[in-house]
Design a protein around this ligand. Structure first.
Ligand code: NI
Length: 167
């Protein structure tokens, strides 16, 4: 089922999410629905607050024939960043919850993160490049942070079709 995507101004996007303590059938269904919603919106990442749920869950997936770019589907429960490189880069971002707006965001080039899977396993990720950026953006969503918080208003641009993947 495709869910409505909440946009900036709705309070759930500004809340720190609650940790997930158990995997229920409802949670599995939410992940399935979020994946369908993300595909439908042509997004690469989606966090639970973006569909109105204040819980620490995000999904990411990027289908691409180029293995260097492709990101396998992942549902991350209670993800947190455990290490960030001091080295940063600056790249344009766009978000499904802030339609039509893009801007450059400085983020760590490399990160390590920990999360739980739907199967209850611990996931340890070491990421760089675009995946590192997507993870930082999604984990920010779980802490009530939007990418525009980092961008001076003068650097935000309005464009109906973003050249950047929407995360
Ligand atoms: Ni986003």
């Amino acid at each position: 089922m495709i869910l409505p995507i909440y946009t900036e101004g709705q309070p759930v996007l500004r809340q720190v999410t609650e940790p997930i303590l158990e995997v229920t059938p409802e949670l599995r269904q939410l992940v399935t629905d979020m994946r369908q919603t993300m595909h439908n919106a042509k997004g690469v990442g989606l966090a639970a607050p973006q569909v109105g749920k204040g819980i620490a869950l995000c999904i990411i997936e990027l289908k691409d024939n180029d293995e260097d770019i492709a990101i396998p589907f992942m549902a991350l429960l209670n993800p947190r960043i455990t290490w960030k490189s001091t080295g940063q880069n600056n790249q344009g971002e766009a978000c499904l919850s802030i339609p039509g707006i893009e801007g450059p965001v400085k983020r760590s080039k490399k990160i390590r993160a920990k999360a739980r899977s739907l199967e209850g396993e611990t996931i340890e990720l070491e990421a760089e490049g675009f995946l590192a950026r997507v993870l930082q953006h999604e984990i920010d969503h779980l802490n009530g942070i939007l990418f525009t918080d980092y961008v001076p208003k003068s650097k935000l641009e309005r464009r109906s079709v973003s050249p950047y993947p929407i995360i």
